[in-house]
Design a binder for this molecule. Structure first.
Ligand SMILES: Cc1cc2nc3c(=O)[nH]c(=O)nc-3n(C[C@H](O)[C@H](O)[C@H](O)COP(=O)(O)OP(=O)(O)OC[C@H]3O[C@@H](n4cnc5c(N)ncnc54)[C@H](O)[C@@H]3O)c2cc1C
Length: 537
């Protein structure tokens, strides 16, 4: 691998945010080099056939409602580069102890009718929520994927606010999931849908922000669905890579950047193994905040406040993910009325609260809340007809204090990984007797294994840092650095560690690229700095 000596910009990391950033810079005519540490592009949007050659497994993420709703991803027109979205018959299902299902279907009539079966009147309440969302939701999503303050989309949302209830609607958005829908629904199916989706991030159900997240994912599920790329998650990344290359960009994999070279307070290049690449314009880093500040750029090159504030930076919990190749679909005790792509497993709302509380106090949950993906149900190309490519994941504490369900310590060696995977599997078996007999192959990805496959997933965390409000928007990743800009000129944070955080929407990458382009408009293109080989080694 011989790297170019100098380019306009280097993007470090080819996760979805790095890919979006690289595309935007290439569109602007910048000579852009995308460097990726792993053998393939995609970051946490990749798929593989390790488990079984006939089965595609999404190694990390799988369902992309935010990508479908985000103008950033839509604007890339990835369908022109081979991307095809597929949908499961139903978006989401949550089996309950009595054999019934709480279900979200893309057809609002079906969702409403199922909710009415659960409790008469809940269907009308759901329709009212959807109606409200259709009026203001797209502006809210636009505001979310725009740098703060989101002037244009924010103004559009403000104009629509009186039509959806004004301050009462704002209050509903800010309310915890535990009270957000209070008085609106009589049955508990809607409550399970809201709470289960809220727990896709690490905000407690009685914490501010969880209500918005639950509403956002349910309403996206209702309006754009939870689509999956045909052929595997990696096809989304492949389409972004192919678009970038078609625009003249260069991608090099197996190229870990170990140092960002700084001269006179400006990023002037990067080191990869024993090679140096100079940049004329900018370095955009789709890397973990902890790796950018203190490792790729030493704390001695940064203002002292960065070290102090980074000491308070908090990760979101770790993850254990289990992938399955199944000889037949999951044998649900009571088959769902419509087969869902995403499945949530938790016996009740109370159990969701308990498992989150266990996580927060450092306990490995005894009855972990499972998020599952029936991938062949969503996309028949994932495995042979009549089989199912399935995954289930759950969260575990970053620092394990104890185990609420046994004697696991959190070292997650092979023995602990298999024991915990059995605990997760028992939860599925409870709702689907005979499940285990359908397993052809199983793979357990522990927190450290997830991190080995993508360095940004520190301790198996999936969102680039906690989604708690005190580390969001202007506080992300740290107070005072709430934009893509860093204290180093020409260096931008482009990963999910920046606003608006985790999920595949591409906004962190787009914000970084726009910031770099805006700064370049004010400054003439610099001659590349001739970096001595001894620098940054
Ligand atoms: C198990 C799991 C399930 C998830 N499920 C979903 C889901 O269903 N839907 C959804 O929308 N989101 C989901 N997410 C979250 C989503 O995948 C992430 O928020 C998103 O991938 C973040 O994108 P990113 O570009 O910021 O970082 P990443 O996707 O983590 O990519 C970062 C890239 O940078 C590379 N890199 C890091 N450091 C260096 C370096 N020094 N030199 C070179 N390269 C480097 C890494 O190898 C990696 O390829 C999930 C995440 C995980 C882990």
């Amino acid at each position: 691998m011989t790297l170019p000596r100098d380019v306009d910009a280097v993007v470090i990391g080819a996760g979805p945010n790095g890919l979006v950033a690289a595309n935007r810079l290439a569109d602007a005519g910048w000579e852009t080099l995308l460097l990726e540490a792993q053998p393939d592009v995609g970051g946490a949007v990749r798929s593989d056939r390790e488990l079984h050659p006939d089965f595609v497994s999404d190694t990390f993420s799988a369902f992309y409602p935010m990508a479908a709703a985000s103008r950033v991803i839509q604007g890339l027109h990835l369908e022109d580069y081979g991307l095809r979205w597929r949908h499961a018959p139903a978006v989401l299902g949550h089996p309950r102890g009595d054999g019934s299902w709480a279900m979200l279907h893309r057809d609002v009539d079906i969702t409403a009718s199922l909710l009415d079966d659960d409790h008469p009147g809940d269907g009308a309440a759901w329709r009212a929520l959807v109606d409200q969302w259709q009026r203001i939701g797209p502006s809210l999503v636009d505001a979310l994927v725009t740098p703060f303050p989101p002037l244009g989309p924010g103004l559009r949302a403000m104009i629509k606010l009186p039509g959806v209830g004004g301050l009462s609607f704002v209050r509903q958005l800010l309310a915890p999931a535990s009270v957000a829908l209070e008085g609106k629904f009589g049955g508990d199916a809607a409550r399970l849908l809201l709470a289960g989706n809220a727990l896709h991030a690490d905000i407690a159900l009685d914490g501010s922000g969880s209500g918005f997240l639950g509403l956002l994912l349910n309403m996206l599920g209702q309006t754009v669905g939870f689509p999956v790329p045909e052929g595997g998650a990696g096809k989304l990344s492949d389409a972004m890579r192919d678009r970038f290359v078609a625009q003249g960009g260069a991608v090099v994999c197996n190229a870990e950047v170990t140092k960002i070279i700084i001269a006179h307070g400006r990023a002037v290049g990067v080191r990869v193994h024993d090679q140096l690449v100079s940049v004329r314009r900018a370095v955009l880093a789709d890397v973990a905040a902890e790796h950018l500040y203190g490792r790729l750029v030493g704390f001695d090159e940064l203002p002292p406040r960065v070290r102090d504030k980074m000491a308070a930076f908090r990760r979101d919990p770790g993850t254990v993910k289990v992938d399955y190749a199944l000889s037949a679909p999951v044998p649900w005790r009571t088959p769902p009325p419509y087969p869902p792509g995403t499945v949530h497993i938790s016996d009740s709302y109370q159990e969701l609260v308990t498992s989150f509380a266990q996580l927060s106090s450092g306990s490995i949950p005894d009855r972990p809340f499972l998020l599952m993906g029936q991938m062949t149900t969503a996309d028949p190309t994932r495995s042979p007809a009549g089989t199912e490519s399935l995954w289930a994941y759950t969260h575990v504490p970053q620092r394990v204090h104890d185990d609420a369900g046994g004697k696991l310590t959190g070292i997650w060696d092979a023995d602990e990984a298999e024991q915990f995977a059995d605990r997760m599997q028992n939860r599925i078996e409870q709702h689907a007797p005979g499940f285990s007999q359908r397993i052809i192959a199983r793979r357990v990805l522990t927190p450290s294994e997830l991190e080995r496959r993508d360095a940004n997933l520190i301790g198996g965390s999936i969102n680039g840092g906690t989604a708690a409000l005190d580390q969001q928007v202007i506080f992300r990743p740290i107070p005072g650095l709430g934009r893509a800009n860093t204290p180093i000129r020409g260096l931008y944070l482009a990963s999910a560690a920046a606003h608006p955080g985790g999920s595949v929407h591409g906004a962190c990458g787009m914000n970084a690229a726009r910031a770099a382009l805006a700064a370049a408009r004010l400054a003439p293109r610099r001659r590349p700095v001739n970096i001595p080989r001894s620098v940054g080694s």
